[in-house]
Design a protein around this ligand. Structure first.
Ligand SMILES: Cc1cc2nc3c(=O)[nH]c(=O)nc-3n(C[C@H](O)[C@H](O)[C@H](O)COP(=O)(O)O)c2cc1C
Length: 170
């Protein structure tokens, strides 16, 4: 990894987190090098919790990626440049149940030190340790504008991932 990435601290992430997650989007990847899957996400947040740098991802239970994130203690989050937007669109509109995403040209898997799967093409890569999860509970909605996002009651499960390592492209 060291040939293409430089290890950085989370405080060295220069990009605006609202831009990174909400506009550039991220690829959440679960599983192992033998069997992994990834999906695009644009809802999430990053910051500090329990004295740790964290990223919180929100994954609906019907996503194939959900099964992978459930099984492994680590997952990864990758951010890409604009030239990879088509691949992010593909991973955000097609399920790994219908397309083996391990065969997608232009997304080359790599293993992080704790066994998560990231991508060489990423401009920023985060290795995350699952430290907490919960499901959105409709009993706690305070406003209908959010509640109506779930007509199928497929409430997101959110995973709080401790960012155990971060790399930026050299
Ligand atoms: C821009 C964009 C953002 C998305 N954000 C999320 C998200 O935050 N959470 C989620 O569960 N699905 C999100 N999706 C939908 C999944 O990426 C999509 O359903 C994908 O096909 C799931 O793949 P999988 O079944 O292989 O896991 C997003 C899709 C797009 C295009």
């Amino acid at each position: 990894m060291e040939d293409i990435f430089q290890t950085i601290g989370t405080e060295d992430i220069q990009e605006n987190i609202f831009q990174l997650i909400g506009k550039d989007w991220m690829l959440i990847s679960g599983g192992t090098m033998d069997h992994y899957n990834m999906m695009t996400a644009s809802w999430g947040t990053a910051g500090v919790l329990w004295r740790k740098p964290v990223i919180i991802t929100f994954i609906r239970p019907q996503r194939y990626t959900y099964e992978f994130i459930e099984k492994q203690p680590y997952f990864s989050v990758s951010f890409f440049g604009e030239q990879h937007k088509d691949l992010l669109n593909l991973c955000g509109t097609t399920s790994g149940r219908d397309l083996n995403k391990m065969t997608i040209d232009g997304l080359t898997a790599l293993q992080t030190p704790n066994g998560a799967v990231g991508f060489r093409e990423a401009k920023l890569l985060l290795e995350c340790r699952k430290i907490y999860f919960d499901d959105i509970d409709p009993a706690f909605f305070q406003v209908f504008e959010v509640e109506k996002i779930y007509p199928s009651k497929d409430y997101h499960r959110f995973y709080i991932g401790e960012i155990t390592r971060a790399w930026k492209k050299r």
